[in-house]
Design a protein around this ligand. Sequence first.
Ligand SMILES: [Zn+2]
Length: 408
Amino acid sequence: MTDRLYYHDSFLYNFDAEVRSVIETPRPAVILDRTAFYPTSGSQIHDTGSLISADAKHRVTEVADTEDGHIVHYLEAPLKDVKPGTRIRGEIDPARRRDHMQQHSAQHVLSAAFVRLFNMPTVSFHMADDYCSIDLDTPSLTKDQIESAERLANEVIIENRIVDIRFVTRAEAETLGLRKLPPTERDQLRLIDIHDFDLTACGGTHVSTTGHIGAILLRKSEKVRHGYRVEFVAGQRAVATARRDFSTLTETTALFSTQLYDVPQQARKSLDEIRSLRKQLEQSQDELASAQAATLIAETPETNGRKLIVRTFSDPHSGRDLNFLKLLAQKITRQSTAIALLAADSPQPALVFAQSAGQPHDMGKLLKETLAKLGGRGGGSKDLAQGGAPTAEGLTAALTAAAQSLTA
Ligand SMILES: [Zn+2]
């Protein structure tokens, strides 16, 4: 078994060790007699760093536990100059380790705060590269509860309480009222003791006083299958996240030409305006379609007991999109006995074919045939069909051909 130096000292960043075995496939790796590198386990992600031999420095990219208690250091490139027995020096990336200690200790403080305030136990902890989350076993979680837990957790940080590592037997642990007792069969348990606040079994790396955590910022909370998930960031991550939030808000503030805390009010006002303008636009479009339908009906002579209205709209600023064409076609075919073959070449080339109820043609079929020539797609019923073409090229000619097929 590898001697886990981090069990006793989370601040040990450099150490000497002896190579036990060298692995070449599937990935180059090495096992040492002792290590301060933390392997991915118990929700905490692994350290990175370097292993230094007499001749070279080797980058450690991943660290993992084996089932038989060894720790495997995966390397960027194969080791050429070492074999079992070679002395080697290990160096852990301090910034990454410090970040992991801050997040993991923050999790203990936060989980204890939720238990103390609301009796909500943490059922799982997830550590990612940019944020962490805990899952709370609770049927409900309010904004006030989140803020209270965040406040208590930060008070515990400001009080700079001692964080001790203790080893006890399982029988002893059962008498200590731990927040969480792991289901393992091991006789010895490692406890993380946040003075007078939290005592729990854990194998992770932790700060030595809560002040090292810096700060905890709670973020998103969401309902999950067995309770609530709460995302949080601690230490430098909290500062980096608050900085990013502030930049985003500042950018939004400039867009609305307002003050930082007035952004929601301004956004709401703008949305209300958009909704009201959209309604006005719909009404104007309806009026415009009615007027245009009346004009087209009036200027088109009747042949064979119905009017055949064929029109392509080309003005890109007229707002005559597919929806408008549909509205216009419906009005034409309801206000008179007619067939309407309409197209617009912008914003997107669009076609709408419609006939009044009782007319004998099949608009869906006719549209499909017309679009086949244009390379477009669409369809519809016997009386109303719509579709789009990839370009406006040939649109008017295709419309004319469709009209001719109806009179042939
Ligand atoms: Zn832990």
